[in-house]
Design a protein. Structure first.
Length: 146
């Protein structure tokens, strides 16, 4: 068969979350306070962890503003505790973006960890954003786990 059938088992997976406060917990996954969108419920604000509900390709985007001057700031995008991508800022007030397209299996966990430094944010000036969505779902009619 040639072509593409747009068959889905889920109603969609999309999320967009933000922070409201400075984050200084080095070595910890970044949690979020504002849920702008969470279709499919795969993003957990309190833990900062996205759990893939189905096999497929996903797009993720993260950006934060570096905090304290004179400190190296690093954030890591991880899948199942393995670092996939790193963002870096040497000084105060620089954006630290990460964009990644990943092939995930159902149950894979994606998060962003503060490796060093801190993240600047304010209650009414949300500078930390994390979003993701399912680009393409893998369908295997013989695999009952998907």
């Amino acid at each position: 068969m040639i072509g593409f059938n747009d068959i889905k088992t889920s109603s969609g997976v999309y999320f967009y979350v933000q922070r409201k406060y400075v984050f200084t917990s080095v070595g910890k996954v970044i949690p979020y306070q504002l849920e702008r969108l969470n279709i499919g419920g795969a993003m957990n604000l309190a833990t900062g962890v996205f759990t893939a509900p189905v096999n497929g390709r996903y797009q993720f985007s993260f950006v934060a503003r570096s905090g304290a001057p004179g400190v190296a700031h690093y954030c890591n995008l991880g899948v199942n505790d393995a670092v996939i991508a790193t963002s870096y800022a040497q000084s105060y007030g620089f954006n630290m973006p990460i964009v990644s397209t990943l092939n995930l299996k159902r149950g894979d966990r994606v998060d962003v960890l503060l490796q060093s430094g801190n993240i600047l944010d304010f209650v009414n000036d949300h500078r930390t954003h994390f979003s993701g969505f399912l680009l393409e779902e893998d369908i295997n009619i013989y695999d009952k786990s998907n």
